[in-house]
Design a protein around this ligand. Structure first.
Ligand SMILES: [Zn+2]
Length: 239
């Protein structure tokens, strides 16, 4: 006798389909996590673009503040000049002159800073526009991935439904007692309920050495042949 017995052959096909079903279920279970990751990616893309926009805006706010500051210094200069014009005291005239020079120097410094900020602002604005443009492309990429993922989910669900039907059909063809045993072992072991004898001596599930009786039962194609150690059903692999 070579190869598994007919009943065991049926179980092997059934097991292969059930293992496939478990893999599909695992893939489907990962789906929400993958969707969440894409959602997080979108949030990150938007946040990066928003940060650049705010940086450009902040520079503009600072520049305007400097403009107001310069304005108030210019008003002071104008006021001092009027006071200079009105005074008759030489000492006061000179003191006002010193103030005016000080204020004008300050204005010059503020204007230099304003120019620098205009430069920075120009660059920040360009960076913000570029980032907003890039964000559009990146978001479209993520949206495409979401579409693919939704399509994949549909396909997986379709294949799963087919498998479930096929499994029902296959299970109906297996002798009831043997099927119940197979199901019990699979539920318990998760990976496989029916395993080959390996090297002619060992269990293909737990890898322990089998007793002579188990080896002979498997070799003889006995439907209930099983490993004494792990309880998995055994079959003799085809040469
Ligand atoms: Zn075993």
């Amino acid at each position: 006798m070579s190869g598994p017995a007919p009943e065991m052959e049926k179980l092997l096909v059934l097991q292969e389909r059930e293992q496939k079903k478990m893999r599909l279920e695992k893939e489907l279970a990962a789906w929400p996590t993958e969707m969440k990751m894409l959602e997080a990616k979108k949030t990150e893309i938007r946040a990066t673009a928003e940060k650049k926009r705010q940086e450009a805006q902040q520079t503009e706010v600072e520049r305007k503040k400097l403009e107001l500051e310069a304005e108030s210094h210019r008003a002071k200069v104008a006021r001092y000049k009027i006071q200079q014009f009105e005074t008759r005291k030489n000492e006061e005239f000179q003191a006002l002159g010193t103030e005016i020079t000080r204020e004008e120097k300050e204005i010059e410094e503020i204007e230099d800073r304003e120019l620098e900020l205009m430069d920075v602002g120009e660059r920040a604005k360009k960076a913000a526009v570029a980032e907003a443009e890039a964000a559009k492309g990146k978001e479209a990429e993520v949206a495409a991935k979401e579409g693919d993922l939704a399509k994949k989910k549909g396909e997986l669900e379709g294949r799963l439904a087919e498998l479930v039907k096929e499994i029902e059909g296959l299970a109906a063809g297996v002798e009831e007692g043997l099927l119940a045993k197979y199901r019990r072992i699979l539920a318990n072991k998760k990976d496989a309920a029916i395993v080959p004898v390996v090297h002619g001596t060992n269990c293909g599930g737990c890898h322990m050495k089998l007793t002579q009786g188990s080896v002979l039962a498997a070799k003889g194609g006995k439907a209930g042949a099983s490993c004494e150690n792990c309880g998995r059903l055994l079959f003799w692999p085809a040469a």
